[in-house]
Design a protein around this ligand. Structure first.
Ligand code: GDP
Length: 312
C-alpha cells in the first residue's frame, strides 16, 4: 500500500502514472482541502475532485481541471441571473458539487461525502480529505486578503503575494484514516504539488507532520520545481513570500524533516550534493510529465526506486 499526499494538477499526473503501472486499489490519496470554496451554496473541493476525476479516467488533461468534454450551460445561465462565473464549473462537475453538498447537509462528514462520490465513480483507490474540518488558504496581497481561488483563478495569480495563511488550521484534526495510512503504508509519496498551498495545509493539520516523521515507511518527495521554476502555477510566488529559495533545494529544505528520498529532475542534477547534505537521499530522473507516456514513465521510475530501496 502506498499513501500519497496530494494537491491538484501535479499530483494528478503522478497518480495517473502510478495507476498505469500498479493496482489502484493499493493507493491511498490524502488530498489538500485548503483550496475548498463555497459558491452558489455548493461545497467545492477542487483538489479532491481533480484526483477523483483522474482515478475515474474522466479528467480533462488539456485544461488540467474539470471533466473531459464537459459543457457549461448551467454556468451560462447563472451568469444571466447575475452571478459571478469566474470559477469555471462544468455541468457534470456541478453534479459532483451538488451531491457532496447534499451529503454534507444530511450530516455526513466531508470524508463520507467524498467516499460516496468515489464509489459512484467506480474509483478503487482510497481518497481522503486531509481533514473533515474547514481550512481555508488565504493569500494576502496589496489588493486585499484573498481566498486562494480568488487569487489563483479570479485574479489569474497576478497579484503580488505578501503572505499566506491557513484559516482554521489550528482546529483542524486529521480525517479518520489519515494518520493510520501514513503510519501503516509501505511507502509515502509527497506528490509534485505546490509546497506552500497544497502540501502546506496538509502538513499543517495536527499530527500529520509527526506521523510522517514517525512512520517506518520511506517518505519520498518529488520536486515540483524544475530548473528554478514551477512546471505550472504560482508556486514560485508563494515560495518567495515564505522566504524560500525557488528551487529544488528550496523545496527540499522546506520538507527536510519529513523526507527520506527526494526526486529531482535531471535539469537540477547539480543541486544533488547540496540536497544530500540535508540528510536526504537524492534521486535524479526526468520528472516533467507532458503526456500519458511521461506520466507512466515517472510512475514506473518511482515504483522501481521504492522497490530497489525498500523491497516494496
Ligand atoms: P498549484 O497549481 O500551484 O495550485 O498547485 P498544485 O499542487 O495543484 O500542482 C501544481 C504543482 O505541481 C506546481 O508547483 C507544479 O510545478 C507541479 N507540477 C505540475 N506538473 C508537474 C510535472 O509534470 N512534473 C513536476 N515535477 N512537477 C509538476
Amino acid at each position: 500500500v502506498i499513501t500519497l499526499l496530494a494537491g491538484g494538477t501535479g499530483a494528478a499526473k503522478l497518480v495517473d502514472g502510478l495507476v498505469q503501472e500498479t493496482d489502484s486499489a493499493g493507493l491511498t490519496v490524502i488530498c489538500n482541502t485548503g483550496d475548498d470554496i463555497n459558491l452558489y451554496g455548493l461545497h467545492i473541493s477542487p483538489d479532491i475532485d481533480t484526483i477523483l476525476y483522474t482515478l475515474a479516467r474522466m479528467n480533462d488533461w488539456e485544461k488540467g481541471w474539470g471533466v473531459k468534454g464537459d459543457s457549461f450551460f448551467c454556468l451560462e445561465s447563472l451568469k444571466r441571473f447575475g452571478y459571478e462565473t469566474w470559477f469555471r464549473i462544468g455541468d457534470r462537475d456541478m453534479a459532483t458539487h451538488i451531491h457532496r453538498t447534499l451529503e454534507l447537509r444530511r450530516g455526513r462528514t466531508l470524508a463520507e461525502a467524498i467516499d460516496s462520490l468515489r464509489s459512484a465513480l467506480g474509483v478503487k483507490a482510497r481518497v481522503l480529505p486531509m481533514s473533515n474540518d474547514p481550512v481555508e488558504t488565504r493569500v494576502v496581497t496589496p489588493n486585499g486578503d484573498l481566498h486562494f481561488q480568488e487569487f489563483f483563478v479570479r485574479e489569474g495569480w497576478k497579484e503580488v503575494v505578501d503572505s499566506v495563511y491557513f484559516r482554521g488550521i489550528d482546529d483542524a484534526r486529521p480525517a479518520p484514516g489519515v494518520i493510520a495510512a501514513i503510519l501503516e503504508s509501505q511507502a509515502v509519496i509527497l506528490c509534485p504539488s505546490n509546497p506552500v498551498t497544497s502540501l502546506g495545509p496538509i502538513l499543517g493539520v495536527l499530527g500529520i507532520r509527526e506521523a510522517l516523521r514517525d512512520t517506518c515507511a520511506p517518505v519520498m518527495a518529488i520536486s515540483p520545481i524544475v530548473g528554478g521554476a514551477p512546471v505550472s502555477g504560482p508556486a514560485h510566488k508563494l515560495m518567495a513570500a515564505k522566504g524560500w529559495e525557488v528551487s529544488s533545494l528550496g523545496v527540499a529544505k522546506a520538507l527536510r524533516d519529513v523526507t527520506d528520498f527526494f526526486v529531482i529532475d535531471t535539469r537540477d542534477q547539480e543541486m544533488a550534493p547540496a540536497i544530500s547534505t540535508l540528510g536526504i537521499k537524492v534521486l535524479v530522473t526526468e520528472t516533467v510529465m507532458t503526456n500519458g507516456e511521461d506520466r507512466k514513465k515517472l510512475g514506473r521510475s518511482i515504483l522501481d526506486i521504492l522497490k530497489s530501496e525498500q523491497g516494496i
